[in-house]
Design a protein around this ligand. Structure first.
Ligand code: ATP
Ligand code: LTN
Length: 332
């Protein structure tokens, strides 16, 4: 479209989003939507690799769409859709499975983590997760994929699979590149600041959810773990707690890390934590009220989804048909 390069990303509708998802994914998408032909999906097929409550999954899917729009992702500029609405994802995934080795999948960090966390349900889908993600990206011939740091390994495998297929047949897939932010690509847990902040963390005090009310946000920041010493300085190695808070502040206040350091020079940890909590809740308040308004308009959401799925299916269908031709599937 308009000679713009294509960009693809997705988020699973599991749990409520955290400020980590906002910083690492959505805030980045916002900046990119004007300059690229963007596809943003709700990855419900990825979500079921971990057991979900059906009613909740349905509700979270819509609530995530409303959130995308409330954050400023414009459905007139970007293609917003639900992964399961476009069958080509499952279809290409099957083909790509035959170009992926079991050993490669067993080595994936997220697979190992999630298998340990869900030992009672280490299903084939969990292992196949990266191949489905490769199918998502490759169907749209995406040049760029903005994601958080934790997705780097999955992106590498998507590139490998694309190159493998292109080498065996002829150039078919664009080999995608990850777009990682300098600041915000990894927000850590407030209680264990050396661990990634996650939607499904065990301790809810370590994650700040976009749905948290102001008091909860402030309370979580007040209780955030800081480090020894009293200086407010960015030093992830020796001061992981303070550095994480500075990162959050810089994303939510739209300031650089040195600007944030200068602002808090000479101040105590108490004031600093309060200021971070305030800037985050100030930013979230309008998003939350806008999300509720959008969520109430089911007809509008369904129209967005219908248009999105149509557009996505058109692009994806072209790639799938090319693939089927190359591998020798008879087509009428
Ligand atoms: P879960 O805890 O359920 O595995 P998650 O919080 O890791 O989920 P995903 O749906 O896997 O969220 O990720 C959505 C997007 O948010 C991805 O682009 C991911 O890289 C980004 N992201 C997730 N957590 C963080 C974080 N702590 N900091 C920065 N970006 C993040
Ligand atoms: N696994 C991703 C979500 C995801 C994705 C994608 C991201 C599914 N398909 C395609 C980028 C491109 C995650 O963030 N956990």
């Amino acid at each position: 479209m308009d000679g713009k390069k294509t960009l693809y990303s997705a988020i699973q509708p599991t749990n409520n989003l955290t400020i980590g998802n906002y910083a690492g994914a959505i805030s980045n998408w916002l900046k990119l939507q004007n300059d690229y032909d963007c596809y943003f999906a709700i990855a419900n097929m990825h979500a079921i690799t971990v057991r979900q409550n059906p009613a909740e999954l349905r509700q979270k899917t819509l609530s995530m769409l409303a959130l995308y729009i409330a954050c400023g992702i414009d459905p007139d500029k970007c293609c917003l859709y639900i992964q399961s609405h476009v069958p080509a994802h499952a279809e290409l995934c099957w083909v790509l499975n035959t170009f992926t080795y079991v050993g490669e999948m067993e080595r994936m960090t997220q697979f190992k983590d999630k298998s340990a966390r869900h030992a009672e349900n280490v299903n084939m889908g969990l292992m196949d997760y990266p191949v489905l993600m490769a199918a998502d990206i490759l169907l749209y011939q995406a040049e760029y994929v903005p994601v958080g740091e934790d997705q780097r390994q999955h992106l590498e495998i998507a590139r490998d699979i694309a190159q493998r297929f292109n080498n065996i047949y002829s150039p078919t897939f664009t080999v995608p590149e990850g777009l990682f932010l300098k600041v915000g690509a990894k927000i850590n847990d407030l209680q264990e600041p050396v661990k990634k902040m996650s939607k499904s963390a065990e301790n809810p005090n370590g994650s700040v959810f976009l749905s948290d009310d102001r008091d909860t946000v402030i309370r979580k920041f007040k209780r955030a773990v800081t480090d020894s010493g009293s200086e407010i300085k960015y030093d992830p190695e020796n001061k992981p707690g303070v550095s994480n808070l500075l990162t959050i502040y810089s994303v939510f206040a739209d300031k650089t890390i040195p600007e944030a350091e200068a602002e808090f020079a000479g101040k105590g940890y108490g004031d600093f934590k309060l200021a971070v909590g305030e800037v985050v809740s100030d930013r979230l308040a309008p998003v939350k009220s806008e999300q509720a308004k959008i969520l109430a308009d089911r007809e509008y959401l369904n129209t967005v989804l219908k248009n999105g799925a149509e557009r996505a299916a058109h692009t994806a269908g072209r790639t799938l048909s090319k693939v089927y031709k190359k591998i020798g599937f008879y087509q009428i």
